[in-house]
Design a protein around this ligand. Structure first.
Ligand code: 5AD
Ligand code: SF4
Length: 448
């Protein structure tokens, strides 16, 4: 029998990248706590530093490598401290990371994160790299700390991505798609709701691919829509969101779900990437601008005020001025509430990495700025239209600034700040919008 005391650690986790990564960090923290480790908010208090990293653009990697070098200097001043890189950059740069920063002790890819507690169990960790495969039965989705269930929680429904968009590193870092069993997702949602969660965001690289080729269609409904229907039935849950769908599989059943499911929020993040069919083809995105316009038209017919957001890449190899104009044109035609604009960043190991990155930094900057200006105007315009209206807000907590200020979101996803008492946190309230800025709305509680 092993009677040795487990080696308990104070662990600091810093997260880069998308919601999926934030969710992985949450799960990782919960898992480590169950092993008796403590998660600390301040790196100075820690004896294990973990960076959960992103590889989607070069800049994200440069930042994380820089931070790791800073932490490895800090580590030298402590006895027995450890530095680990987990997540997408760990998978992408693999053992090269040990060369970039010899102070790194372990690297763990996104599919192997649940093996971290075992690594920390020993006093002498040594150099470890856990990369590649490993999708557990439940796609790595067991640990969750329900005792601290949040008002708005994320639930991962799948891992990985089967598409091959020419620019994207994610299929390399997160591997092929694997789907969680539907019953397990439902059970997790139910337990969250029993513990106080009011809003659930379903997460996946392409959520509307959920269950494809594995689960059956029923009455013309995709497995993803069937999942939405079952979650919509959970008593006590108020809102459902999902992130992100792909335009490719955005069919009538999902559009119809937006009008028939009362808890499904009227907001969709629909990444278009470009408005030029030529560039979309080059990116291997299997849809056209006409298809985007038709999805938007159907969504708006089903839910008139649906909030639409998107992702766009500028400066893809060979993107000509006329291609860019088509993107401007599509953004103008759709009037997204918000768009995230990215300058193309070549990623080694992707299909487009072999193409000349020929748009040039200055031109990418110019195109980026034009789109950001447009987006800002759209966002300001949208926020102004909200003034004077009463909206339903799910109160998430205290606003970052201001005494007695609470913050929450509308069903469309707009952030609202208003005066109110703590007892309202976790409740749905009605707020009249009085004023707006670029990213927030300010309002007044409507007493009932
Ligand atoms: N360069 C720039 N942006 C990228 N994205 C993905 N890969 C790249 C890349 N190589 C953007 C896409 C995606 C978002 C998460 O990041 O717009 O939707
Ligand atoms: Fe998320 Fe993609 Fe970045 Fe990985 S590479 S953290 S999946 S955005």
């Amino acid at each position: 029998m092993n009677t040795a005391m487990p080696f308990l650690r104070k662990i600091f986790i810093k997260t880069y990248g998308c919601q999926m990564n934030a969710h992985d960090s949450e799960r990782l923290a919960a898992m480590l706590r169950t092993f008796g480790h403590e998660i600390v908010d301040c790196e100075d208090d820690a004896d294990v530093y973990i960076l959960n990293t992103c590889s989607v653009r070069e800049r994200a990697e440069i930042k994380a490598v820089g931070k790791s070098r800073y932490l490895s200097r800090k580590k030298l001043r402590k006895n027995n401290a450890l530095l680990g890189i987990v997540g997408c950059m760990a998978e992408n740069l693999a053992e090269n990371l040990f060369k970039l920063n010899p102070g790194i002790d372990f690297i763990i890819g996104p599919r192997r994160i649940s093996e971290l507690p075992a690594i920390l169990a020993g006093e002498n960790v040594g150099r470890v790299a856990l990369l590649g495969e490993a999708h557990s039965e439940d796609a790595g989705e067991s640990a969750r700390d329900f005792s601290s269930a949040k008002i708005c929680a994320s639930v991962s429904i799948m891992q990985g991505c089967n598409m091959r968009c020419s620019y994207c590193i994610v299929p390399k870092t997160r591997g092929p798609e694997s789907y969680r069993p539907m019953d397990s997702i439902i059970a997790e949602c139910e337990t969250l709701v029993q513990n106080g969660t009011k809003e659930i965001t379903l997460l996946g690289q392409i959520v509307n691919n959920y269950g494809q080729g594995v689960l059956e269609y029923g009455s013309g409904k995709s497995p993803f829509v069937q999942l939405l229907e079952r979650i919509d039935d959970i008593a006590g849950l108020e809102r459902i969101r999902y992130m992100s769908p792909h335009p490719k599989g955005f069919r009538e059943d999902l559009i119809e779900a937006h009008s028939s499911l009362s808890k499904l929020c009227p907001s969709v993040h629909l990444p278009i990437q470009s408005g030029s069919d030529r560039v979309l083809r080059a990116m291997r995105r299997p849809y056209t601008r006409a298809r985007i316009l038709s999805i938007v038209e159907s969504l708006r017919a089903a839910v008139p005020n649906i909030a639409l957001t998107t992702d766009v890449i500028v400066g893809y190899p060979g993107e000509r001025e006329e291609d860019f104009s088509m993107t401007v044109d599509l953004l103008n035609a759709v009037k997204f509430n918000m768009a995230f604009v990215f300058k193309y960043s070549p990623r080694a190991g992707t299909l487009s990495a072999s193409l000349p990155d020929d748009v040039g930094a200055d031109e990418k900057d110019r195109r980026n700025k034009i789109l950001l200006d447009m987006v800002q105007k759209c966002s300001i315009g949208h926020n102004e239209t909200m003034i004077g209206h009463g909206v339903e807000v799910l109160v998430e907590g205290h606003a970052k600034r201001g005494e007695n200020k609470l913050c929450g979101r509308t069903r469309g996803g707009d952030k609202v700040i208003f005066d109110g008492q703590d007892r309202l946190i976790g409740q749905l309230v009605n707020v009249k919008i009085m004023d707006s800025a670029i990213t927030i709305l300010r309002g007044k509680l409507i007493e009932i």
